[in-house]
Design a protein around this ligand. Structure first.
Ligand code: TXE
Length: 483
C-alpha cells in the first residue's frame, strides 16, 4: 500500500486523473516542500463519480447486510494490516507525529469501518401498534447517492467516520477529502479495490473545496451531505444545500471551555488539560482552548501548565521524542500566529510560546510553532471568541459557578466542554446547563463510537455516531397495515 507522486481519483472502481489532466501541489509541512500532486477535479469529475454511484446503487442497496458487512470488514482488515504504511503517509501529509498517526488516527479509521460494518447487523427499526386496528412499521431505506466532505486535521479518521455509516446502510458515496491532506484517502482507494468493493459504490474525488467540493454540494441528485470543516464553509454549504432540501449533517468549529474547579484531582487534571490544549497541535475541533480555573488554584495551575507546556518537544514528526509535529500548512501557521499577535493587542500576556521554531537541516522550511499559554484576556475579546485551531490556550480565573457558566456559554460555538471536579452533583448541574453537544467530566476525548457526536449553535447541525449516523444515512418510511 504505497503512496504515489501523482494521486488519482477513485471513480467507478478505477484510479483515474481529473478530466482536465490538471494537478494541484501537495506539500509536506514538516519540510515545507511539495512532494506529490493531486487531481484538480471539477464539476465534470463529480458528475462522472455521481453517474458511477448511481449505477452501483441498485445492487449495493439490495446486497443485504451480510455482504456489506463482509466487504467493509475486509476493508478494515486491509487498513489494519497496512497500519504503518497508512500512518507514515498520514504523518508526511499532515505534519502530525508518526506515533500519533500510528496509535490514534489509523487505528480509529479501521475501527470506524468495523464499527459501522457490525452496527448495521444490529440496526432495527420501530413498530407502532394501534390496538385492534393496525400495525405501523418503519422502513429505514438508504437515501441513494450521498456526499461526504472531510477536513485536514484528522484526515483518514474523519473521512472513514462519514463514509463507513453511509456505505453500511446501503448508500453509494461521492466523497472528497481535504486537498491539504489527500494521501491516506488515496491509499484507501487502493484498499477498496483490494477488498473487492464493487465499482461505483465509493468514489473519491480530489480537489479544491470551492470547485470539487462545491460541485458535490450543488449536484441536484446527491441527496444528503455529511460535512466536517470550518463554520464559514458550513454556512456556505447550508446556503446551497438547504433550498435544495438536502439532508445535512454539519460538524463545524468549536471554542470549547475547559472548566477546572479547585476540588479536582490536580494531577489527573493537569495531564488531561495538557492533552486537551495541545493534542494534534490544537488542530482538533474538540480541543479546550478557553481554560477557566477556580481562583484558589489559579496560580498553582498557571505555574504547572506553563512549566509542562515549555517542556513539550516540537519537531520532526518521525522522531520518537516529538510531542508536537508541524502545523498543517504555512497559511494555517500564519493564521494561528496572527491570533497570538491579536491577543497581545487585546491586552493578553503571552506566558510562553506562540513563536515559530527555527529548525535546522532538512526541516528548516517546515511549519513549527511553540505552544502558547496566554492570560489576562476578557472572555468576550476576539481571541476568546474565534476559533484559532492551533496550539494556543487562554487561561482565566473565576469565582462562582454562575460566572463560569456565563463565560462558557458566551460564544457562538457549542461543540464540547470539559469539567474537572470531584463533586458529581456540581458536575451534573453544569453539564445540564452548558450549551454543548458533548461534555467530558474528568476526561477528554474519551469516545464511545455508539454515542451521539456533534454541536449546537455555530458548531453544527445534526449528530454523527452510532444510531444517529445510521438514521442520518437512511430515510424513514412508515408503512401502516390495517387488519
Ligand atoms: O477548512 P474548510 P479549512 C476550521 C479551522 C480552520 C478553518 C478553515 O478554524 O482554521 O476551519 O480551515 C472543503 N463546498 N476547521 O479552510 O475550508 C475543503 O476542500 C464544499 C475546523 O481547511 O472548511 C475540505 O475538504 N466543500 C474543522 C473541507 O471542506 C468545501 C476542521 C474542510 O475545509 C467548500 C478543519 C465548499 N464551498 C478546519 N470549501 C473541524 N471542525 O474539525 C471548502 N470545502
Amino acid at each position: 500500500m504505497s503512496p504515489d507522486k501523482y494521486i488519482k481519483n477513485y471513480i467507478d472502481g478505477a484510479l483515474v486523473p481529473a478530466i482536465s489532466g490538471e494537478y494541484l501541489d501537495n506539500v509536506n509541512p514538516a519540510i515545507g516542500q511539495v512532494y506529490s500532486h493531486i487531481p484538480a477535479s471539477e464539476a465534470s469529475d463529480v458528475q462522472r463519480a455521481y453517474e458511477a454511484a448511481e449505477r452501483a446503487f441498485p445492487e449495493w442497496s439490495k446486497a443485504g447486510v451480510q455482504k456489506r458487512f463482509r466487504i467493509l470488514t475486509r476493508l478494515a482488515d486491509i487498513i489494519e494490516q497496512n497500519l504503518d504504511a497508512f500512518a507514515k503517509a498520514e504523518s508526511i501529509d499532515s505534519g502530525k507525529p508518526f506515533r500519533n498517526a500510528q496509535t490514534i488516527d489509523i487505528p480509529r479509521a479501521h475501527q470506524n469501518i468495523r464499527f459501522f460494518a457490525t452496527a448495521i447487523m444490529h440496526f432495527s427499526s420501530e413498530s407502532h401498534h394501534m390496538e385492534g386496528e393496525a400495525i405501523n412499521f418503519t422502513l429505514r431505506q438508504p437515501i441513494g447517492v450521498v456526499g461526504c466532505i472531510s477536513p485536514w486535521n484528522l484526515p483518514l479518521y474523519l473521512f472513514t467516520w462519514k463514509i463507513a455509516p453511509a456505505l453500511a446502510t446501503g448508500n453509494c458515496v461521492v466523497a472528497k477529502p481535504s486537498e491539504v491532506t489527500p494521501m491516506t484517502a488515496y491509499l484507501l482507494s487502493k484498499a477498496c479495490i483490494e477488498a473487492g468493493l464493487p465499482p461505483g459504490v465509493l468514489n473519491i474525488v480530489h480537489g479544491e473545496g470551492p470547485k470539487a467540493g462545491q460541485a458535490i454540494i450543488e449536484h441536484p441528485k446527491i441527496k444528503a451531505i455529511s460535512f466536517t470543516g470550518g463554520t464559514n464553509t458550513g454556512r456556505k454549504i447550508a446556503a446551497t444545500a438547504a433550498p435544495m432540501f438536502k439532508k445535512l449533517s454539519l460538524e463545524l468549529g468549536g471554542k470549547n471551555p475547559n472548566i477546572i474547579f479547585a476540588d479536582c484531582d490536580f494531577d489527573k487534571m493537569i495531564v488531561g488539560t495538557l492533552k486537551s490544549s495541545f493534542s494534534n497541535n490544537g488542530q482538533i475541533c474538540l480541543c479546550g482552548s478557553r481554560i477557566y480555573v477556580e481562583r484558589p488554584i489559579y496560580d498553582k495551575f498557571k505555574e504547572e501548565l506553563v512549566k509542562r507546556t515549555k517542556f513539550l518537544k516540537v519537531g520532526d514528526p518521525f522522531s520518537s521524542v516529538t510531542d508536537l509535529g508541524a502545523m498543517v500548512s504555512r497559511s494555517h501557521m500564519e493564521k494561528v500566529m496572527s491570533y497570538v499577535a491579536l491577543a497581545e493587542v487585546e491586552g493578553g500576556k503571552i506566558l510562553c510560546g506562540g513563536e515559530q521554531v527555527e529548525m535546522k537541516g532538512e526541516h528548516e522550511g517546515g511549519y513549527y510553532l511553540r505552544p502558547a499559554v496566554i492570560e489576562g484576556l476578557p472572555h468576550d475579546c476576539r481571541t476568546n471568541q474565534e476559533e484559532i485551531f492551533g496550539p494556543v490556550v487562554t487561561i482565566m480565573p473565576f469565582d462562582t459557578e454562575e460566572e463560569v457558566l456565563k463565560y462558557a456559554n458566551g460564544t457562538d460555538y457549542g461543540l464540547s466542554a470539559t469539567l474537572w471536579t470531584k463533586d458529581i452533583t456540581k458536575a451534573n448541574r453544569i453539564a445540564e446547563s452548558i450549551q454543548a453537544g458533548i461534555v467530558w467530566v474528568n476526561c477528554w476525548l474519551l469516545r464511545d463510537l455508539r454515542t451521539p457526536f456533534g454541536g449546537v449553535k455555530s458548531s453544527g447541525v445534526g449528530r454523527e455516531g452510532g444510531l444517529e449516523a445510521l438514521r442520518f444515512f437512511t430515510e424513514a418510511k412508515n408503512v401502516c397495515f390495517k387488519y
